[in-house]
Ligand binder design. Structure first.
Ligand code: GDP
Length: 298
C-alpha cells in the first residue's frame, strides 16, 4: 500500500532494527531492554512513550512467562497499537458551513495540507472556501491562491498587512451568503514574534465563534514529522492559544522518525487525524492506527 511506502524510512530505522535485535539477542535481559529503548528513542518515539511501552512489555513478559526475544516484536506491535488507541477522524459533518482553522509554524507544510484538504473536499462535491488569514506574508496569500485555482475552491483574501481577523469575518459572511460547505482558514506561523501570533490566533478563533457559535469545528495543528521532538514543543505553544482538536502530520514520507506519532499520542493527548505522504495533491490520508502499525510491522 501507499502508506507502506511512506513509512519505508521509518520501518528501516525502527522495526528492522527491532527484528535484528530480537534475532541476535535471543535472551530477554537488561541489555536487551536497553537496546530496545535506544531503538525507540532513535525513531523519535520520545522518552515518555518509550518508557510506557517498555514498562508494558516488561510486565507482559513476566505475566505471560515469555522467554524468547522473538516474541517481544509481536508484543511491541500490540502495545504500540494500544498506546495509539482508536483515533478520531475529521469532524466536518456539521451544520454548514463547517469551519476548519489551520495553525502551525511556517515551513511545516501548512499551505500544502490546506491545498490537499481542499482538493479532497472538492472531489467529494463540496463547495470549499479558502481564507488567506496569513496576511503577514504576501507569498502566503499567493500560495493559497494557486491552491484555490488548482482545486477549484473559492478564496477570500485581503491585502498583505491587513487584519487577519477582518479577513476571517468577511469570509464567514461570504460563506453563509453563498452556502459554502467547508471554510478552511490559513493562519500565520511566524514564531519569532510568538506572543503576537498567539494573540492573533485567539482573536481569529473569537471572531469565528462569534459568527458561528459551534465553530471552529476543527482546529488542525500541522506539524512536520521530520522535526521530531521539536514538533511537540510547537504543539504545546499552540495548545495554549487555541483549542487544537487534531494534528495533521506532514512529511511522514521523508522521515525515518515516524515514531513521533507515538510521542504525540502519549504526550499531547490530541489525535493525529491526517498524515501527509508526499507533495502531490492526493498525498493526504486519514490516520488509522491499525493501518499505521501494520504498515510498520509487515
Ligand atoms: P507552510 O510554510 O507551512 O505553508 O509550508 P508549505 O505548505 O509551503 O510546505 C513546505 C514544503 O514542504 C513544500 O516544499 C511542500 O511541497 C513540502 N511538503 C508539504 N507537505 C509535504 C508532505 O507531506 N510530504 C513531502 N514530501 N513534502 C511536503
Amino acid at each position: 500500500s501507499k502508506l507502506k511506502e511512506t513509512l519505508t524510512k521509518t520501518r528501516n530505522n525502527f522495526v528492522s532494527k527491532v527484528t535484528e535485535l530480537v534475532t541476535v539477542h535471543k535472551k530477554i535481559d537488561e541489555e536487551f531492554y536497553e537496546e530496545l529503548e535506544d531503538i525507540l528513542l532513535q525513531a523519535d518515539v520520545g522518552v515518555a512513550a518509550a518508557c510506557h511501552l517498555l514498562d508494558e512489555i516488561r510486565s507482559e513478559v513476566k505475566q505471560r512467562k515469555i522467554s524468547e526475544a522473538a516474541d517481544v516484536r509481536d508484543l511491541l506491535e500490540e502495545k504500540m497499537l494500544e498506546l495509539l488507541g482508536e483515533q478520531a477522524s475529521l469532524e466536518i459533518n456539521t451544520a454548514l458551513p463547517a469551519v476548519i482553522l489551520v495553525v502551525g509554524v511556517n515551513g511545516v507544510g501548512k499551505t500544502t495540507t490546506i491545498g490537499k484538504l481542499a482538493y479532497r473536499m472538492c472531489q467529494q462535491g463540496k463547495d470549499v472556501l479558502l481564507v488567506a488569514a496569513d496576511t503577514f506574508r504576501a507569498a502566503a496569500i499567493e500560495q493559497l491562491e494557486i491552491w484555490s485555482e488548482r482545486t477549484g475552491s473559492e478564496i477570500i483574501k485581503h491585502m498583505a498587512g491587513s487584519d487577519p481577523a477582518a479577513v476571517v469575518f468577511d469570509a464567514l459572511q461570504a460563506a453563509k451568503k453563498r452556502g459554502i460547505d467547508v471554510v478552511i482558514i490559513d493562519t500565520a506561523g511566524r514564531l519569532h514574534t510568538k506572543t503576537n501570533l498567539m494573540e492573533e490566533l485567539r482573536k481569529i478563533e473569537r471572531v469565528v465563534t462569534r459568527e458561528i457559535p459551534e465553530a471552529p469545528h476543527e482546529v488542525l495543528l500541522v506539524i512536520d514529522a521530520a522535526t521530531g521532538q521539536n514538533a511537540l514543543r510547537q504543539a504545546e505553544l499552540f495548545k495554549e492559544a487555541t483549542k487544537v482538536t487534531g494534528i495533521a502530520l506532514a512529511k511522514l514520507d521523508g522521515t525515518a522518525k515516524g515514531g513521533i506519532v507515538l510521542a504525540i499520542s502519549e504526550e499531547l493527548g490530541i489525535p493525529v487525524k491526517l498524515v501527509g505522504t508526499g507533495e502531490g495533491m492526493e498525498d493526504l490520508r486519514d490516520f488509522d492506527s491499525h493501518e499505521f502499525v501494520s504498515a510498520l510491522f509487515t
